[in-house]
Design a protein around this ligand. Structure first.
Ligand SMILES: Nc1ncnc2c1ncn2[C@@H]1O[C@H](COP(=O)(O)OP(=O)(O)OP(=O)(O)O)[C@@H](O)[C@H]1O
Ligand SMILES: [Mg+2]
Length: 132
């Protein structure tokens, strides 16, 4: 996955604390794999600290800290998200990746980076991205 790592380094170089990245793509597209490659590019390692209460949130301590929030299991965003205590993940000192942002479109900050991955299995991936 040399290409993945090369892309992750270029992408990581343009990220800054406070950025929110919405990661789209079907099951198995490589969203989680891309987050980890970007974290390695930023921090040199991808050792995560799992949230003690929520399995869908991983914090990667480093400079800046990176949060990875996976909303796949969210069914009712309006009802569930306020109870999840995710506000501190969206702090100005860190970068947040949101996997399955489709689950909570209205909840996402308007200013964010949109990333969309096409491809599956062992095949090549195409990644589109846009800051908005
Ligand atoms: N760039 C890539 N090149 C080749 N294989 C890849 C690439 N990215 C991911 N994969 C492989 O695809 C599989 C799925 O990756 P991953 O778990 O990151 O997908 P995902 O989009 O997070 O899926 P889910 O929606 O289920 O969470 C893994 O086996 C991974 O090794
Ligand atoms: Mg995933």
């Amino acid at each position: 996955m040399a290409e993945l790592d090369a892309f992750a380094r270029r992408f990581a170089a343009r990220l800054q604390a406070g950025d929110v990245v919405a990661l789209r793509g079907p099951l198995g597209a490589g969203k989680t794999t891309l987050v980890r490659a970007i974290v390695r590019a930023l921090h040199g390692t991808d050792d995560a600290v799992s949230s003690p209460t929520f399995v869908f949130r991983h914090t990667y301590p480093g400079t800046p800290p990176v949060e990875h929030v996976d909303l796949y299991r969210i069914e009712n965003a309006a009802g569930e998200l306020p109870e999840l205590g995710l506000e501190d993940a969206f702090a100005a000192d860190r970068i947040v990746f949101v996997e399955w942002p489709e689950r909570a479109e209205a909840w996402l900050p308007a200013e964010r980076i949109e990333v969309s991955i096409d491809g599956s299995g062992e095949g090549p991936r195409t990644v589109r991205h846009q800051r908005r």
